[in-house]
Write a protein that binds this ligand. Structure first.
Ligand code: NAG
Length: 452
């Protein structure tokens, strides 16, 4: 009996540590106004296991290249986060489009182009202290050569894998992580990926389980439904998480490498009749959000300003919420839908979760009266991760004197006057409580834990 209990504890611990919570940030979120402005300095170093920095691109010489003028500064911010949480892994994402065309297409077409890209990637990632690469191979297989692009992607992935291994051996370092963001629509999966082959080489695979429905359609549908709805017809019966994940699994992807996508945003419609439910007639998007300023699309923190006055409903078949107000219709995610998706993830033994994005959760806690990162913190807790070594103050709740410790103090380590076995770390005004190893106490003279 004791042994079984011990085994159970081990299994639970193992589950928590082997599962991944991968969070994307975007380098365009820095341009959102006031409280929407987001940079790597806004990241909680203990929230996610991995942070993916989106986005970099490929130049005309086939080299990995940054996009923004201040990417270097933001990379320095990521490095600071890793100094605070040495377990945090950071990855750089490459992809997107240049003039509407994926920069991958020309690069993968020739062996020497791929070699240049691979070499430049390793140098760039090592120089800027990244732990891995994320290939955002999402809209490939156009320009009329889908079969070619499909096998060329496999070639790229296998060559990257080998080069990362060689680099690790040569430089006596941990190999760089190799990951991809991949499509969720069944026809795209079939056209774009040799599933069994690429999954051999990839450390994990983020399935983009959102954008299933949006204002480009003539009737309301949810951005990220867990299951199909009885109103779905034709190919729409596959526009849900369960269909996508089942397809990846049936095609031979190992469950433990697949990460389920959790969107911290919703998609909007403008209703064109008095009907307000799922499948109601619509003609285009609702007004753009004041911070994300993109029609058809609201961040979670923008929905927090909207839902209190809206009629909020739940779609039981699809396990997701929606909200209507006037002629606006919003299909979004909340803590409840995140919990349902975590259950699905666990039941299917998936390798964890990825979030699109950190910058669309209520990262500063100033919109939703629910603390900083309410959705991702809830996700983290639902996945069974241990509590973070943080006591980040929630601006809207009553102040805890300990959480207030670092207000106005410079970054650094401080003794905890009430418990010598612990100490505070101040980082950008937030308080992080750390514990010394058993038997040791904190000494401010060395800013370290040592024998009493
Ligand atoms: C999930 O998808 C599988 C495979 O398509 C299907 O057999 C199953 O019925 C689906 N589950 C639900 C609840 O829709």
């Amino acid at each position: 009996m004791k042994l079984l209990t011990a085994l159970g504890v081990l299994l639970v611990l193992n589950m928590a540590t082997s599962s991944r919570l991968v969070c994307h940030m975007t380098n365009w979120a820095q341009y959102r106004p006031s409280s929407g402005k987001f940079t790597s300095d806004n990241i909680d170093p203990f929230l996610c296991t991995h942070v993916i920095y989106a986005m970099s691109t490929i130049n005309s010489f086939n080299e990995l290249t940054p996009i923004e003028w201040n990417d270097d500064q933001q990379f320095t911010g990521l490095k600071r986060l890793k100094n605070i949480n040495p377990d945090l892994k950071t990855l750089l994402s490459v992809g997107g489009t240049v003039n509407g065309i994926s920069p991958f297409i020309a690069m993968v077409a020739r062996a020497e182009n791929r070699a240049t890209f691979i070499k430049s990637s390793i140098t760039y990632l090592r120089t800027h202290n990244f732990d891995g690469l994320n290939l955002a191979w999402e809209y490939p297989a156009h320009n009329g050569s889908p079969e070619q692009d499909k096998t060329r992607f496999t070639q790229l992935v296998s060559e990257l894998y080998k080069a990362f291994e060689d680099d690790a051996k040569e430089n006596k370092k941990t190999p760089l992580l190799l990951t991809a963001n991949v499509a969720a629509f069944i026809p795209t999966i079939d056209r774009a990926y040799e599933v069994q082959k690429i999954t051999l080489y990839l450390d994990f695979i983020n399935v983009l389980t959102y954008d299933y429905h949006g204002h480009w359609e003539a009737a309301t549908g949810h951005n990220s439904p867990l299951y199909s709805s009885s109103m779905d017809s034709g190919t729409h019966v596959h526009h849900n998480i369960n269909s996508s994940i089942s397809h990846w699994l049936v095609n031979g992807a190992p469950a433990e490498k697949l990460l389920l996508g959790f969107p911290t945003y919703g998609r909007t419609y403008h209703l064109s009749s008095s009907a307000t439910g799922l499948g109601a007639p619509a003609n285009g998007p609702a007004d753009a959000g004041p911070y994300t300023r993109t029609a058809g699309f609201w961040s979670y923190y923008e929905t927090c300003d909207y839902t209190p006055s809206a009629n909020v409903g739940w779609i039981p078949e699809q396990q997701v919420p929606y909200a209507t107000y006037g002629s606006s219709w919003l299909g979004y995610d909340d803590k409840r839908s995140f919990s349902s998706k975590v259950q699905y993830m666990t039941a299917n033994n998936l390798g964890g979760a990825h979030v699109w994005t950190l910058d669309m959760d209520d990262f500063g806690g100033s919109f939703c009266s629910d603390g900083a990162y309410p959705l991702i913190n809830h996700l983290r807790m639902s996945m069974g991760f241990p509590p973070k070594p943080t006591t980040t103050p929630a601006p809207t709740t009553t102040r805890d004197p300990i959480a207030d410790f670092c207000r106005g103090r410079p970054n650094g380590l401080y003794e905890n006057p009430t418990d010598k076995k612990t100490y505070f770390q101040c980082f950008q005004g937030n308080t992080y409580l750390h514990h010394c190893q058993p038997g040791l106490i904190y000494w401010d003279s060395c800013k370290c834990c040592n024998w009493p």
